[in-house]
Design a protein around this ligand. Structure first.
Ligand SMILES: Nc1ncnc2c1ncn2[C@@H]1O[C@H](COP(=O)(O)OP(=O)(O)OP(=O)(O)O)[C@@H](O)[C@H]1O
Length: 629
């Protein structure tokens, strides 16, 4: 008997949202949409409906619909699918927030003035209690100096600048987190800002809401609450796919009772077997379940359990791919031309395997730098990836035009102002050329460290040094000696961010292109974060706590091979997030990328127990598990 098709069962979700898009009485909604449920398609259909039904009215009122997505690529995709219609303003959270606040120069100045004053007072207080000259003392002095300088030039700024995709190192610029903080602060405290928002955009739709900055999400919730009659929020997301630390925990639980909460049931991406697995994984989380499309294939999921310690992991994974080729009869698992996406749960593992760990790990292990290290937005990192690396590439390709273009665009030595003020412009240009030559002399004796490069650029002033790196770049010889001599001292007031950078900058410059490749996900090897929203026919998910290090993720604990620590138990009792929650979510995200077949490779100290637990949890059947010793 032919099974009845279910492929249209989610049409009601769009209809429900559309029906409630009444501009005289708008209803906010939280659309629950699990992996592969076609969020983008729903969003586009809703936008097309708005265009058809409300275009004229919106134009008459000079209003637009705002859509916030997570990445520039997602913005481009949506814009192209709505034919670049100006009725819709599609942007990332950073550019949306900046457009909202950018004309409030005086208010931004006040906010920044207070923030800098507080920070300086706090640093001075610590300085006054310091026991003597040591690394922390020197670092703090540099920070006081640079913050005081920023404070003193505030009054001269006529307008702030900010580029969501840029370096933001000029004196009048704001950085990414300042823009987000300002947005949330203004929305919470300024009625005018709220009115501007709701007047301009009667509907604000937020995609990937689980990873959108929690402070801003809360501010948008507040605006909605205070402007219910003329403003609706549409939040689209899946809490099981929350990856960044910035996102709001338990977003779903905070949705007001009068909102619509439609749910998509279908998964259009994965085959039946894999949906069964991700449903089981999800049972351990929020319990939401999906249905496969009735026209989907069965697909394949296999678990390979590897005893650790073991030798060559690369070879083991190669053999597993061959086995998957035999099981699935799919040649693309095999050989040189195989098309497999290997995903890891942990960035640590990816960094180590790809060889940029010295650079990445110190930053990634520091909680305030973690998200920036993951998405490549740290200004300190961008200095190397977006200025030095392109310059270096131009240098090895002997591309003089490109070198000149980068220097012209970025060097304060030949900035417009400097050239206007100069008596002889040619002198400045020569100085910039010498600085470039001098920089590349560093490569004469092998690949320099990032610290060598930083110091060289700080000396020549070829490029502006990002604020975070200034204390490190400007250390004098005497200070370096004191730092060396006092390095081992215990100091509870030490600056974790500077310390992390101190360690990261010891990495060789060679690690920058590898990190960059990882960021833009060119490598065949990725992590959950790089593959957000993507899909691949064949997926190999690697679980390896040994390589993962640290207590951020731990699949052996999740699967009962290792016991919970006292801290885990305490966190669980207090309802706080644990490494098991995070691991579960990442497992869900990675496994749900597979369109046809999936191999999970688990490196574990106790293969028998691991396999037994996983069978008990009904994630896999015995026949689907293979042991590798
Ligand atoms: N109504 C539909 N009919 C057929 N295919 C669909 C439908 N909706 C989505 N798809 C397809 O299903 C796949 C998953 O869709 P999409 O990537 O938009 O899901 P998603 O909700 O963003 O998933 P995730 O959160 O896992 O990234 C895509 O290949 C998409 O083209």
């Amino acid at each position: 008997m032919e099974l009845e098709s279910n492929v249209n069962i989610d049409d009601v979700v769009e209809q429900e949202i559309q029906k409630n898009l009444d501009f005289n009485n708008p209803k906010s909604f939280f659309l629950f949409a699990g992996a592969g449920s076609g969020k983008t398609r729903t969003l586009i259909n809703v936008l097309k409906f708005i265009k058809k039904e409300h275009d004229e009215n919106l134009k008459l009122n000079n209003q637009k619909i705002a859509i916030i997505t997570y990445t520039n690529a997602a913005c481009d995709e949506i814009k192209s699918r709505i034919d670049y219609d100006p009725l819709f303003s599609v942007s990332t959270i950073h550019s949306f927030t900046w457009n909202l606040i950018k004309h409030f120069t005086t208010d931004i100045k006040d906010w920044l003035k207070n923030k800098l004053k507080d920070e300086i007072a706090d640093l001075e207080d610590k300085q006054s209690r310091a026991r003597g000259m040591n690394k922390s003392f020197i670092d703090r002095a540099k920070k006081i100096e640079s913050k005081s300088k920023r404070l003193s030039i505030l009054k001269n700024i006529n307008a702030f600048v900010y580029n969501p995709n840029g370096d933001n190192v000029s004196k009048d610029s704001l950085n990414h987190s300042e823009v987000i903080e300002l947005g949330a602060y203004f929305l919470n405290t300024k009625e005018l800002m709220q009115n501007i928002l709701v007047r301009k955009y009667p509907i604000l739709l937020i995609d990937e809401s689980q990873d959108t900055n929690k402070h801003l999400i809360e501010s948008f919730f507040l605006v909605q609450k205070q402007h219910k009659d003329c403003f609706a929020l549409g939040i689209i997301g899946d809490m099981m796919q929350r990856i960044y630390l910035d996102g709001k925990e338990n977003l779903e639980g905070d949705i007001p009772a009068d909102w619509l909460t439609p749910k998509k049931k279908l998964n259009h991406r994965c085959p039946k077997r894999i949906i069964k697995l991700i449903n089981k994984i999800r049972e351990e989380g929020d319990g939401q379940q999906q249905e496969p499309r009735s026209d989907k294939i069965e697909g394949t999921a296999r678990l390979f359990v590897v005893q650790v310690p073991c030798s060559d992991k690369k070879e083991i994974e190669k053999q597993i791919a061959i086995k998957m080729g035999e099981i699935t009869k799919d040649e693309k698992w095999l050989g040189e031309n195989s098309e497999i996406k290997t995903l890891t749960l942990e960035h640590h593992m990816a960094a180590k395997r790809m060889g940029f760990d010295n650079l990445f790990l110190p930053l990634y292990s520091t909680s305030r730098l973690k998200t920036g290290a993951l998405d490549g937005s740290l200004t300190g990192m961008r200095f190397f990836t977006n200025t030095i690396l392109p310059l270096y590439n131009a240098w090895i390709n002997d591309d003089k035009f490109e070198i000149a273009r980068i220097v012209k665009e970025k060097s304060p030595l030949i900035s417009k102002v400097a050239l206007i003020e100069a008596k002889e412009q040619s002198v400045l240009i020569e100085k910039a050329n010498d600085a470039v030559l001098n920089l590349f002399n560093l490569w004469d004796n092998g690949v320099p460290t990032l610290l060598d490069i930083l110091r060289n650029v700080a000396d020549s002033r070829l490029f502006a040094i990002p604020d975070t790196l200034v204390p490190i770049a400007n250390r004098t010889q005497e200070e370096l000696i004191i730092i060396q001599e006092t390095e081992e001292e215990e100091d509870e007031d030490k600056d974790l961010i500077i310390d992390a950078w101190d360690e990261a900058l010891l990495a060789s410059f060679d690690q920058i292109p590898l990190y960059q490749q990882y960021l833009i996900d060119e490598a065949n090897f990725g992590t959950h974060q790089g593959v957000k929203g993507r899909e691949f026919k064949r997926v190999m998910v690697i679980l390896d706590d040994d390589d993962a290090r640290g207590n951020w993720f731990n699949f052996e604990k999740l699967l009962g091979v290792k016991g919970h620590t006292a801290a885990d138990v305490q966190n669980m009792n207090e309802g706080k997030e644990t490494s098991m929650d995070r691991t579960l979510r990442l497992l869900y995200v990675t496994c749900s990328r597979a369109e046809e077949s999936l191999a999970i490779v688990a490196y574990t100290s106790n293969p028998e127990l691991f396999a037994r637990n996983i069978v008990d949890m009904k994630w896999f059947q015995k026949e689907e598990i293979e042991f590798i010793n």
